[in-house]
Unconditional design. Structure first.
Length: 193
């Protein structure tokens, strides 16, 4: 091979390696501040007809998605979680908010941050991922698995979790005739920038 051909081959090879390097490493994108989790807490018990289901917004304070390396991590500041419950009066909503932040539930003074970090991400179907990771909540870290759909750059899905697995005893009033179910439903909508 002539010296000129070697130089051309070397130059083309170097350009290909440099051009493909970002694809091999992955592109890390920050999670947009409009991303959020929506927590649904449902009522149960003999007199649950007199109680309310609760809807809580949990904005993601920071995080990132590594699309090439298939990793995700984010955090939520417990004090930024907000009880939405539009059917409740402002006073009742404030009472539910205080109870949620207090030592009976989140204990946000002692455990100010909720975090999730993936440990394994697998592509299942086109546009779908099975994400396994560790959720740290209320001073406990537990493994969770969830299915995530990529909808035009937004990662959406739902999962459930048990409050008891994280050391939280579901709220119970009136001798247990009205209580919050142990299982919470979490919807998520995560956008990257």
């Amino acid at each position: 091979m002539s010296m000129c051909a070697r130089k051309i081959l070397l130059t083309v090879s170097a350009a290909l390696v440099i051009g493909l390097a970002p694809l091999a490493v992955g592109q890390v994108r920050q999670i947009d501040s409009s991303s959020r989790l929506l927590v649904h807490a449902y009522k149960s018990g003999l007199f649950s007809g007199f109680a309310d289901n609760h809807e809580i917004e949990a904005p993601i304070s920071e995080g990132s998605v590594d699309e090439g390396g298939l990793q995700v991590k984010f955090s939520v500041e417990a004090r930024r979680m907000k009880v939405l419950d539009p059917k409740l009066s402002a006073d009742k909503r404030r009472e539910v908010q205080e109870r949620m932040e207090g030592p009976q539930v989140l204990d946000s003074a002692r455990f100010p941050t909720i975090t999730f970090e993936s440990t394994k991400v697998e592509r299942t179907d086109p546009g779908s991922l099975l994400v396994q990771g560790r959720l740290s909540l209320h001073g406990a870290a537990r493994p969770i698995s969830l299915t995530v759909k990529n909808e035009g750059g937004r990662y959406v899905g739902t999962c459930t979790l048990s409050q008891r697995e994280f050391g939280i005893t579901p709220i119970s009033i009136a001798g247990g005739t009205v209580k919050v179910k142990d299982e919470l439903k979490i919807e998520f909508d995560i956008k990257t920038k």
